[in-house]
Each structure stands twice: as structure tokens, then as C-alpha cells.
Design a protein around this ligand. Structure first.
Ligand code: FAD
Length: 404
């Protein structure tokens, strides 16, 4: 195999999932030859973009040099093609890498182009999105400059990353306008039929929406934006046609899907995500392939909170498979969504597979609390940089090795 670099474990993507796995593997088996393929030179703390758009966190606090968190060999390139039958990947540079085991952690793809006129409209005349870090400061600028009128917020079809983010921005903007005494006519256009996928939290969020006098429009999918006319067009999902709405401020959450290079690969399931078992995170057809985070075809909420629970399971199972031991680690589908219902209070929605409500602290999970605001604005960012990206699992002290 001359000219093809070989790794014991090759990790695709240096986002939250990829770096957590790479760091944990480094601690568990420093002798393994591992590498991360990642094209970007900065790492983004995406959960912070809601706070940037709400005027709570400066954008600089969400960006760090990738090199500061890369625990192993960094191949600064991108995967163009998976070739799992020969355990190889082809990079966009033309180079090939081979592996014993592969971890796919490439995140998801934002499909801005699926909304006609959106890309031209973004970033000026009141059209923004916290899903682009560079636009999150513009969201806050728009909120500050808003002097009244119609404010529209959109949510596309699931799955998306952080299903709560499309409404968190509404609450923080509405709270800012209420404090300033600005009259805002608030509308939330949602492809789905409820404010949240878990009924208990949906009910609590209906009350938050009503408290702001915001009108939810379910079964509405954004299909076009006319920036010059300040109009947004929605397709009704019940087949009853299109409706065009005027806006003074528009926050768009774009449609999202699996990255194209995963969709077109043998690793994909019917929807394009990496087809892994929902508990073991091991591929159902390729025993030496695992996936973590947003690109995994598991029916959990696509969040960094999920990755915190996924990476110890994935690393334990990957090492078990390597050692010939049974793969029996189980991820329970945990996901968490800190909903910033006002400046100073968060409703912390936590849940597992099949909508099972859980609560890390013994408190009523439907009540917004100041404690959770502190966790969202101070504790979680700290945990992200120092616990998750460093591959630390506080349930597993460093002296207890992964299996074996
Ligand atoms: P990412 O962190 O997106 O990383 C994927 C990496 O793969 C990237 O670095 C990318 O460059 C790389 N990559 C892509 N293509 C290739 C390729 N071809 N080859 C090699 N590498 C590639 N989560 C929470 O838990 N709580 C929150 O409050 C929260 N709020 C959010 C708010 C917003 C506005 C957004 C956008 C997200 C939020 N999230 C939240 C979700 C969270 O950020 C993601 O779920 C998490 O970052 C997913 O991690 P990942 O490793 O799967 O993907």
C-alpha cells in the first residue's frame, strides 16, 4: 500500500464529536496511531451563537484555534469519498488514507440554497440567522435597531441541530423589545406541528409563547425570501398552497441534511445519515466504522449535550471491537436543550430516546430557572472547552481504563 498513510483509528471531523473521541482515545490508548481529518483552522462553539444573537456573549468567545484542541495528528484536508470496502478514504487533495477503524464525526450540512432568494437577502435589511456564526452579531444589531413592526422566525423540517435554537432567538429578541417598550408583532413559522418534540416541554413553551403574545403558525415551511420587498413565502404542509408574509425582521433557520459526501457513500442510510446502531453507535454493515454527533443516523436530538454522553460509549465500544471483546456499551439517546426563555432564565429540556423526560437535577424540568441561565452562559461553555473537547468523562476517573 505504498503512498497511502495508515492509521489504527481515523476520525473524520474536528468538531465537538471528533475532538472528544480523539482526546478520549489518546488518554485511553496513547500507543494507537490516530489522526483527525479536518479542513478548518478554527473550532466554533456553536451553542454560543444563540447568546451572541441575544447580546449576551461576544462572538470571539465562540472561536478558538483548532490547533489548541487537536490532541493527535491533524490532517488538514477534507474527505471527498468513503471507500469502506477497502477501509480507505479519498481526500479532496487527491491523497488516500487507510484505517483499521473509522469514526465519522462530520456534522451536518446547512442547505441555505433550498430557500429561493435567501442567500442574497442574508446579512442586510433585517434578514439574519444564528446558524451562521458570522451573522449572529448581526442578529443582535437588528434586535437593537428594531423600532417596531413584524418580526418573523422560521423553523424547517426536522432533524436539525439544536431543535430549540429557532425559538430561543425569538424569546431573547422579544424580551429585549419588551424591556425597551418596543411594539413587536411576533410570529413563529414552524414546519412541524408543535413547539417541541417532547409534549411536556411543548406545553411549557406554548405558555412562554403566549406570554410574549407571539403567534405560532404550524405546518408552514419557508420556501422563498424577497429581500427587496421584505417578504417571506411559506408552503403550507397540508397542501393548501403558499402564503406570503411581510416582515421588518426575519430570523431564518435553514433546512438541514446529512453532508453530501456522506449521503452519496455506502455508509449512508435511506435518509443520508451514517447508518449506525442507535445504542452502540457502530455501523450496522461495516463493523470497523462508528459515528458520533450530528451526522449519525440515530433518532436523538442533534446537540453537543448528546455528544457528551455518546463519546464515552463510542470509545468503549471501539476499543472492545479492537480487542475482540463484546461491544455492549449503550447510549440511551440523551439530549439536552437549554431554552433561553428570557434574559436571565432558562428552561432546561432533557430527554432520552422516545421522548422520555429526564432531569439531571432533582427539580421540576418545565420551570425556567436562573440557575439554568448560569449553567447555559457560564458552566456549559466551560464544560465544552475543558471537558467535552478534552475527552473527559467525569463518571470515569482517569485511572479506570476503557474496558480490558
Ligand atoms: P460539528 O461540531 O459541526 O463538527 C463537524 C466538523 O466536521 C466540522 O469541524 C467540519 O469542518 C468537519 N467536516 C465537515 N465536512 C468534512 C469533510 N468532508 N472532511 C473532514 N471534516 C469535515 N447543542 C447543545 O448541546 N446545546 C445548545 O444550546 C446548542 N445550541 C445551538 C445553537 C446553534 C445556533 C447551533 C448552530 C447549534 C447548537 N447546538 C447546541 C448544536 C451543537 O453545536 C451541535 O450538535 C454540535 O456542534 C455537533 O457536533 P459535531 O461534531 O457532530 O459537528
Amino acid at each position: 500500500m505504498a503512498g497511502v498513510a495508515h492509521y489504527d483509528v481515523l476520525i473524520i471531523g474536528g468538531g465537538a464529536g471528533g475532538l472528544a473521541v480523539a482526546s478520549a482515545l489518546k488518554q485511553a490508548r496513547p500507543q494507537l496511531r490516530t489522526a483527525v481529518v479536518e479542513p478548518k483552522t478554527t473550532h466554533d462553539y456553536q451553542p454560543g451563537w444563540t447568546l451572541v444573537g441575544g447580546g449576551v456573549m461576544p462572538i470571539e468567545k465562540t472561536r478558538r484555534p483548532m490547533a489548541d484542541f487537536m490532541p493527535t495528528t491533524w490532517v488538514q484536508d477534507a474527505v471527498a469519498e468513503f471507500q469502506p470496502d477497502s477501509s480507505e478514504v479519498l481526500l479532496t487533495s487527491g491523497a488516500r488514507l487507510s484505517y483499521d477503524q473509522l469514526v465519522v464525526a462530520a456534522g451536518l450540512q446547512l442547505d441555505w440554497q433550498r430557500i429561493e432568494g435567501l442567500q442574497d437577502a442574508l446579512g442586510h435589511d433585517g434578514v439574519t440567522s444564528n446558524y451562521r456564526g458570522d451573522l449572529a452579531p448581526y442578529t443582535w444589531q437588528c434586535v437593537q435597531n428594531f423600532s417596531g413592526g413584524r418580526a418573523l422566525f422560521t423553523q424547517p423540517a426536522m432533524p436539525i441541530k439544536c431543535a430549540g435554537a429557532p425559538q430561543k432567538v425569538l424569546y431573547l429578541a422579544a424580551d429585549a423589545w419588551r424591556r425597551r417598550g418596543v411594539a413587536a408583532d411576533l410570529h413563529f413559522f414552524n414546519h412541524g406541528g408543535a413547539m417541541f418534540g417532547v409534549p411536556l416541554y411543548a406545553k411549557a413553551l406554548d405558555r412562554v409563547m403566549a406570554g410574549y403574545g407571539a403567534t405560532p403558525h404550524f405546518g408552514h415551511n419557508l420556501v422563498a425570501v424577497d429581500g427587496a420587498r421584505r417578504e417571506a413565502t411559506f408552503e403550507r404542509t397540508d397542501g393548501s398552497g403558499r402564503v406570503t408574509e411581510r416582515y421588518d425582521f426575519l430570523h431564518v433557520t435553514p433546512p438541514q441534511s446529512a453532508p453530501d459526501f456522506i449521503k452519496s457513500s455506502p455508509l449512508a442510510d435511506a435518509a443520508g445519515w451514517v447508518e449506525v446502531d442507535r445504542n452502540s453507535l457502530r455501523h450496522v454493515r461495516y463493523d470497523n466504522v462508528f459515528a458520533i454527533g450530528d451526522c449519525a443516523g440515530t433518532p436523538n436530538a442533534k446537540t453537543a449535550a448528546a455528544i457528551r454522553k455518546q463519546f464515552p460509549v463510542l470509545v468503549a465500544n471501539l476499543l472492545a471491537a479492537r480487542d475482540g471483546r463484546p461491544v455492549n456499551g449503550g447510549y440511551d439517546g440523551y439530549g439536552g436543550c437549554p431554552l433561553t426563555v428570557e434574559r436571565g432564565k432558562v428552561l432546561l429540556a432533557e430527554f432520552c430516546y422516545d421522548g422520555k423526560v429526564v432531569s439531571t437535577l432533582p427539580l421540576d424540568p418545565t420551570r425556567p430557572r436562573r440557575l439554568y441561565w448560569w449553567m447555559k452562559t457560564a458552566l456549559f461553555p466551560w464544560m465544552y472547552w475543558h471537558i467535552i473537547l478534552r475527552g473527559r468523562d467525569w463518571k470515569r476517573p482517569a485511572h479506570i481504563p476503557y474496558g480490558g
